[in-house]
Design a protein around this ligand. Structure first.
Ligand code: ZN
Length: 448
């Protein structure tokens, strides 16, 4: 099947391309790019639209597995945003053995391509260290490292950590797991140990691991770690690390409020002081107080009775998020996590919102924004055939209208699909047209 995409403005930052070109796809790959009009069986008129490599979400949380099947919920939400490859297993968590998960993706197909980190906490629990506040024994650490190494050998993109969620994992345990990336030079990604004014020491802990083992580092969702007035100083800390020769990049989601489960250590005693706020910054996303702001009474009641309840916490500073995106090492990542469509609107709105809120308001050029959604995550993860449109690249393409692009998901209605994503192709097949999903099983595993 030959598909010709013609008439659009092609922006491919990995190859320094920004201009009007036509693209021919054949056998699932980019076969030709130029100004001519080759024969094709199917054509897509992209006049007036932007043609970009399919977006890569470097930081999201994959759909759950039930009875051996992936319950697709967030993957279709990703596809509607123009994402063609989603990277799960972040913040130390996997919902299922990651290698088996990738095998299920290949067996059944998913709405988007899927890559996974090996999550430290997942393998910690598998090794028998179930108490998040307790340490792991030497034997458990050995078992954890062996399992992580075999997941890396089987194609996981790196090792992720959610040190915030496992206070019992000390520095030695963190280093033991990070060291698994030493030979492959795959990245470690971390939701670092602490945020707000304690973020600097937490980032230093990550940098020490990168320095010790010569491995690349990804600092996860920096907005919700340092978006409380610390961003400028954190970016200086990153600049100094880069000058020293360390390989550090970051991701950030384009909202001014964060989301996590109420029972996690984020809300352990001390959180009000840390964020200089009251209980009313917190909104329940689920349960009997869904949509309501917390009081001291409801906070403690729900934390005891329904600790899995997703919450939104309105404490981040807009200026910090805008500052983060202007930094050349910061890319986009959704941190999307959803319980059947409930949660934070970042699951359904991140990519269109990035274009509507940060390009249209001139924080970034369109070219820079596309680079942060394609070339940068591909480079970080070692994806050779994704994130660009050179001949031979995978036929993963997103076509959107910059006039109409807009996220629609809100905190009240977090699953609403965006406007302006006109076509998405995965593996050379059209899987979304004018916002409507045509096929939700074209995605394959991406293994490195
Ligand atoms: Zn996280």
């Amino acid at each position: 099947m030959k598909i010709l995409i013609f008439g659009g403005r092609v922006i491919d930052p990995a190859n320094h391309i920004d201009g009007q070109y036509n693209i021919l796809l054949e056998n699932g790959k980019v076969a030709w790019i130029g100004r001519g009009v080759p024969d094709a069986e199917e054509t897509i008129d992209a006049s007036g639209m932007i043609v970009a490599p399919g977006f890569i979400d470097i930081h999201m949380h994959e759909d759950p597995v039930a009875e051996g099947k992936i319950r697709q919920c967030i993957f279709p939400m990703m596809l509607r945003q123009g994402v063609t490859t989603a990277v799960g297993g972040n913040c130390g968590g996997n919902v299922h053995d990651p290698v088996d998960y990738l095998n299920i993706v290949d067996r059944d197909g998913t709405a988007v391509n899927v890559a996974l980190y090996a999550g430290h906490e997942y393998f910690r629990i598998a090794a028998g260290a179930e108490d998040i506040y307790g340490g792991a024994t030497q034997k458990q650490q050995e078992a954890m490292a062996a399992a992580i190494r075999s997941a890396l050998d089987a194609g996981c993109v790196g090792v992720s950590f959610g040190l915030r969620y496992v206070p019992g994992a000390d520095k030695a345990e963190f280093f033991r797991a990070a060291q698994c990336c030493r030979e492959s030079r795959k990245p470690i990604a971390s939701h670092v140990r602490d945020d707000a004014d304690a973020v600097f020491a937490s980032i230093e802990e990550l940098l020490e691991a990168g320095r010790a083992f010569g491995i690349p580092m990804q600092i996860s969702h920096i907005g919700s770690m340092a978006g409380f007035g610390q961003m400028e100083a954190v970016l200086r800390q990153v600049d100094a690390a880069c000058r020293e020769g360390l390989d550090v990049t970051l991701d950030c989601y384009p909202y001014f409020a964060f989301s996590t489960r109420l029972g996690t250590p984020t809300y352990d005693p001390g959180w009000l002081r840390r964020y200089h706020c009251g209980y009313d910054v917190l909104e329940f996303c689920d349960g009997k107080y869904r949509g309501q702001r917390a009081t001291e009474k409801t906070f403690h009641e729900v934390r005891t009775e329904f600790p899995e309840c997703l919450t939104v916490c309105y404490v981040m500073q807009e200026a910090d998020i805008r500052l983060a995106y202007r930094h050349p090492k910061v890319m986009l990542g959704s941190d999307g996590i959803t319980d059947n469509g409930r949660g934070h609107p970042r699951c359904a709105g991140t990519f269109p919102r990035f274009l509507a809120e940060f390009v249209k308001k001139s924080d970034l050029t369109l070219y820079q924004a596309i680079e942060k959604m394609t070339a940068m995550p591909a480079k970080r993860l070692g994806f050779k055939n994704k994130g660009h449109l050179a001949v031979g690249a995978d036929g993963d393409i997103t076509i959107f209208d910059m006039e109409t692009i807009q996220d629609k998901a809100t905190f009240a209605d977090p699953a609403l699909p965006p406007a302006g994503i006109e076509y998405v192709l995965i593996g050379g097949e059209t899987v979304l047209k004018h916002g409507r999903i045509l096929r939700d099983t074209q995605g394959k595993s991406v293994r490195i």
